[in-house]
Design a protein around this ligand. Structure first.
Ligand SMILES: Cc1ncc(COP(=O)(O)O)c(C=O)c1O
Length: 401
């Protein structure tokens, strides 16, 4: 037998390599937020949060907390089983009805995460529509990891198209040999915050006889009329060949995900979706909190507008400092700094100025395109913008030194 290093030694070596490449990660626990109700604001550890996905500032909101507590009182902390066995409570049914009504979808199915919703919908549809041999999936190069993993797991042939390029999608669909096809795209891309050309993508998919799966994770609650998302903004929410996924973990400030689509799609997922059938149902406190969050979003349609305005303001601040910043279409923006080590340093500078920002390195972004990821939040104040300006000026100064 060949002499092999011990597997743990191989893991140590790989970690050393990642350290040299500036892509080691560390978990930094946040302190408790005992001074105020909103975990997204100035937290007890003194850092202003410009990194989270709590776009509407609803995390810690008393209405959501109370709904989660009431759900725990009535149903307990867990759903006790998979959705098809004991894991569907009345709360799940109400949440699915509410999500479908709010988004204008024919039906909704709730999952324990947005990641799992993406993984399940693509793999389940692919299996029925002809994977591995007779199905093509067309995927934008900027798609979220959950869609990328879903494509891989589908075993279909996958063609990756350039970022936000419906003409490329059209061509790939027209030239395929496979009978069936699915187009998958983020609606708002998770790193650069750009909006996909949703109407054009849908037209390209329809023209090519394909279904469009649109991940509204960063659009839901933030863009479109009253936060109803990018498809609603494009006027295609009710189209039967459009399937949307949403997460309950970003604008709704909770946990979980959902697929929105035609009855045929929902039935396929219930009967065959492995991530639906073999996963414990969403915990009732999460379902209760999501229902309450949805009520808040409906009652306060200005929240999404404010989150977008906050992102636009942060982008303007970064541009004033001559940083390379994306133009945010929703609440996300990216400041590209290049090498991973520089991104880590820029994040540390921001922290030293009291501001927490995201630091995205490979594999989250391509090599050499590491960035700071900032998010706007509806609850940001003038003091917060001033703090962001001081932090980004320091990043710029460091760049020039
Ligand atoms: C575009 C996109 N889709 C899906 C997900 C996964 O959602 P969740 O965190 O609810 O699993 C994320 C989360 O980061 C995301 O950014």
């Amino acid at each position: 037998m060949r002499d092999r290093s011990h597997p743990l030694e191989l893991l140590r070596q790989a970690a050393t390599g990642r350290a040299a490449a500036g892509v080691r990660r560390a978990l930094v626990p946040r302190g408790p937020n005992l001074d105020g109700p909103n975990l997204g604001g100035w937290a007890r550890d003194g850092l202003l949060d410009l990194a989270s996905n709590d776009y509407l500032g609803l995390c810690g909101d008393e209405r959501l907390n109370a709904a989660a507590a009431e759900a725990a009182r009535v149903w307990g902390t867990g759903s006790t089983g998979s959705r098809l066995v004991t894991g569907t409570t009345e709360l799940h049914a109400r949440l699915e009805t509410a999500l479908a009504r709010f988004t204008g979808a024919a039906g909704a199915l709730v999952f324990s995460s947005g990641y799992l919703a993406n993984l399940t919908v693509v793999t389940a549809l692919a299996a029925v529509l002809g994977a591995p041999n007779d199905l093509l999936i067309v995927s934008d190069e900027g798609n979220h990891a959950s869609l990328i993993d879903a494509c891989r797991l589908s075993r279909a042939r996958v063609t990756v198209t350039p970022h936000r390029d419906p003409d490329a999608v059209r061509k790939v669909l027209a030239n395929r040999d496979e009978a069936a096809a699915i187009v998958v795209s983020d609606a708002v891309f998770s790193v650069d915050g750009a909006l996909a050309p949703v109407a054009e993508l849908h037209a390209a998919a329809r023209c090519g006889g394909a279904l469009l799966v649109l991940d509204e994770a960063h659009a839901f609650g933030v863009t479109g009329p009253g936060g109803r998302g990018a498809a609603a903004a494009a006027g295609i929410a009710a189209e039967p060949d459009l399937i949307r996924t949403v997460t309950l973990s970003k604008a709704l400030a909770g946990q979980g995900g959902a697929v929105l689509g035609a009855p045929e799609v929902i039935a396929t997922l219930i009967d065959t979706g492995r991530g639906f059938i073999f996963d414990t149902g969403l915990a009732p406190p999460c379902a209760g909190a999501a229902l309450a969050a949805l009520e808040v979003v409906e009652a306060e349609p200005g929240l999404g507008v404010r989150a977008r305005a906050a992102a636009t303001r942060l982008a303007a601040i970064a541009a004033e400092e001559n940083l390379r910043v994306s133009a945010p279409d929703a609440a996300v923006l990216a400041v590209t700094v290049g090498e991973s080590a520089r991104a880590v340093r820029a994040r540390e500078i921001c922290a030293a100025y009291g501001v927490r920002v995201g630091c995205f390195r490979p594999p989250s972004v391509p090599r050499g395109r590491a960035c700071l990821r900032l998010t706007g939040r509806a609850s940001l104040t003038e003091d917060d913008f001033a703090a962001a300006a001081r932090a980004l000026a320091a990043v710029r100064d460091d760049d020039e030194s």
